[in-house]
Ligand binder design. Structure first.
Ligand code: NAD
Length: 421
């Protein structure tokens, strides 16, 4: 799928979900327009002549970087930074908006933003990637700030990239760990941040499974995407007693009916770069993987992987959206009509931004918390938010997604009215 059609699908899906909540909240046209419009969209060009050996060819290239700041009615802009070849303004716009609803749903004092660079990081040496990241920060510096906009990791970025952002920003502002979250522990990162999103996905899968009377112990689970989120989701679900029967990455998938050993899979990926040829498993394509017979299906890769082409063939009883916007709105309707419960992205993967918030608080207070404190707070808050969404959904006979959007949009709308935007 082209970057442009992926964007159209993301935006259309997001708008469709929002309209349902707008109707329920009886918002006027002017309120809807304000809620949908981004506060600021910045794009920068980053010329770079990779000057190291390895995969770099030494040719001058111009990369485009984006930062979309959607809404800051409830606090500073907050959201990840994505390095991926298909990054484009439309996709970043849809993801920035989703961040506004996530931070509101979990009730932390942040707004929503997203950024990215259209780049294939596998084609750059570490040195070129560091230079690219630091030049992005140089150009974006006027719109970033501890109380203005705080980036975090997303697809293709990691704690090392966050460390480069911290370094570049600190050159002109003094040592400023709170400028970014998802940093290495040595630079003020929070205990538990690396696994927070996946841990939260697994925890919420457990809550939702209980509600549909599905025992998590021995439940069969299929996960698409084995990066930060997919790996930690798999790892935590395995400790909860679930059986991970299939995993995939951008290249292909692996299947084992009796269950995959997650630590072994991680070592295999660390050694070879991919899941392909993992001993004791059979190959499966990404398309086949989504349609496998299982109890729980967890898309943890990219947008739109569950769509009109496969929604009828999904066999899971529960779909937990670890990735952002992985189910198109038409597929969402099909899944709902088929009685499949969907835990929506703005709820399912909110553990990441929640612990990012804890990290920011620890940095501002210059007072690190213990791992257990972070995890207890994470689970307690996720438990409360899940029950609030589930109770509203039951009360109003709507799905979890509509209930979650209603809560989030209602909060942002009230903040806008109180501030007199
Ligand atoms: P990552 O870069 O660490 O991992 C992405 C994984 O998906 C990799 O295994 C990659 O090979 C695989 N992948 C990429 N394209 C694919 C495709 N077309 N089909 C199948 N697999 C594919 O990224 P991540 O941080 O794990 O993020 C995954 C998803 O979770 C994204 O949608 C991201 O926006 C969302 N998310 C991440 C966080 C976080 O804290 N990292 C928080 C909230 C949401």
């Amino acid at each position: 799928m082209s970057a442009e059609s992926k964007y159209c699908q993301c935006q259309e899906t997001q708008n469709h979900f929002l309209q349902r909540a707008f109707e329920a909240l009886q918002l006027e046209a002017a309120q809807r327009e304000l809620l949908l419009t981004a506060f600021r969209e910045t794009s920068v060009s980053i010329p770079l002549k990779p000057h190291r050996t390895g995969d770099d060819d030494g040719e001058l290239r111009t990369f485009i970087g984006y930062r979309v700041q959607h809404n800051h009615a409830r606090g500073p802009f907050k959201g990840g930074l994505r390095f991926h070849p298909s990054v484009n303004l439309g996709e970043i716009r849809a993801l920035a908006q989703l961040m506004t609803w996530k931070t509101a749903l979990v009730d932390i004092p942040f707004g929503g933003a997203k950024g990215g660079i259209a780049v294939d990081t596998t084609q750059l040496s570490p040195h070129a990637l560091e230079t690219l990241t630091k030049r992005f920060v140089q150009k974006m510096e006027p719109v970033l700030g501890v109380h203005q906009d705080i980036p975090a990791p997303d697809v293709g970025t990691n704690p090392q990239v966050m460390a480069w952002i911290l370094e570049e920003y600190s050159k002109s502002h003094g040592y400023t760990p709170a400028i970014v979250t998802g940093k290495p522990l040595e630079l003020g990162g929070s205990a538990g941040r690396l696994e927070a999103t996946g841990h939260g996905v697994a925890f919420l899968a457990g809550k939702a499974a209980q509600d549909i009377e599905l025992a998590i112990k021995d439940a069969s689970v299929v996960i698409q995407g084995f990066g930060n989120v997919g790996f930690h989701t798999a790892q935590h679900l395995a400790t909860m007693g679930a059986k991970i029967i299939a995993l995939s990455d951008a290249r292909s998938g692996v299947f084992c009916e009796s269950g995959i050993n997650i630590e072994q899979a991680q070592r295999h990926v660390a050694d070879s770069g991919w899941l392909e040829d993992l001993p004791g498993t059979e190959p499966v394509s990404n398309a086949e993987l989504l349609e496998l017979a299982c109890d729980i299906l967890i898309p943890a890769a990219v947008e739109g992987t569950i769509n009109c082409d496969n929604a009828e063939a999904i066999q899971a009883r529960l779909v937990v959206e670890a990735a952002n916007i992985p189910v198109t709105h038409l597929a969402d309707t099909t899944l709902r009509e088929r009685g499949i419960t969907v835990v929506p992205d703005l709820l399912a993967n909110v553990g990441g931004v929640l612990v990012s918030y804890y990290e920011w608080v620890q940095n501002l207070q210059e007072f690190p918390w213990e791992y257990d404190t972070v995890m207890q707070r994470l689970e307690r808050r996720l438990d409360q938010v899940y029950e609030q969404v589930r109770d509203l959904a039951q009360q109003r006979s709507v799905d979890l997604r509509t209930a979650a959007y209603e809560i989030a949009i209602g909060r942002v709308n009230r903040a806008i009215a109180l501030r007199g935007f």
